[in-house]
Design a protein around this ligand. Structure first.
Ligand code: THU
Length: 160
């Protein structure tokens, strides 16, 4: 018998202002995208912005549906668009801004499990980590050096 341990480490920044200029810009794009979220059912609005190696910024927001499971999270909306439109561009980083429509939220909101699985597919495909930054509508920002860092022991193409 043996135990396996995974080490997951996050960096917490006091606010967006503590981030590098380009990540602050990425958050601006995520916040703009968040305003266009279509979330009449949950009223939880999420915006995601990712930066490609050619400098292009791709954004997405959550898109809900009256048949609830038919909707899609912001992170997957953004990354699937990037995969469809820029299949040969590596994704360097992603910023996620999330919170209820009418209320400020001052703690980092991490991506859901299904989004982690979708994101890690692209991380493995491109062979370099995707840096993740996530926050609520204000306050602290959490940083993870990769997607795999928040989804240890992944199911990926190597098991097929
Ligand atoms: N949502 C996202 O867009 N990203 C996540 O990682 C978690 C949840 C959306 C889905 C749904 O529209 C709303 O937030 C509430 O779950």
């Amino acid at each position: 018998m043996k135990n396996i341990k995974f080490n997951t480490e996050f960096t917490i920044y006091a606010s967006k202002e503590a981030l590098k200029e380009d990540v602050q810009e990425l958050f601006k794009a995520a916040e703009t995208a968040r305003k266009d979220a279509y979330a009449p059912y949950s009223k939880f609005l999420v915006g995601a912005a990712l930066k490609l190696e050619n400098g292009e910024v791709i954004t997405g927001s959550n898109q809900e549906n009256a048949a609830y499971p038919s909707g899609l999270c912001a992170e997957r909306t953004a990354i699937f668009y990037a995969g469809a439109q820029f299949p040969n561009q590596k994704i360097l980083k992603m910023a996620i801004s999330a919170g209820l429509q009418e209320k400020a939220l001052d703690r980092p909101i991490p991506p859901c499990g299904a989004c982690r699985q979708a994101l890690v597919e692209y991380e493995k495909r491109q062979n370099i980590p995707i840096e993740l930054y996530f926050m609520g509508t204000e306050g602290q920002v959490a940083y993870s050096e990769s997607v795999e860092n928040i989804l240890p022991w992944i199911f990926d193409k190597n098991v097929l």
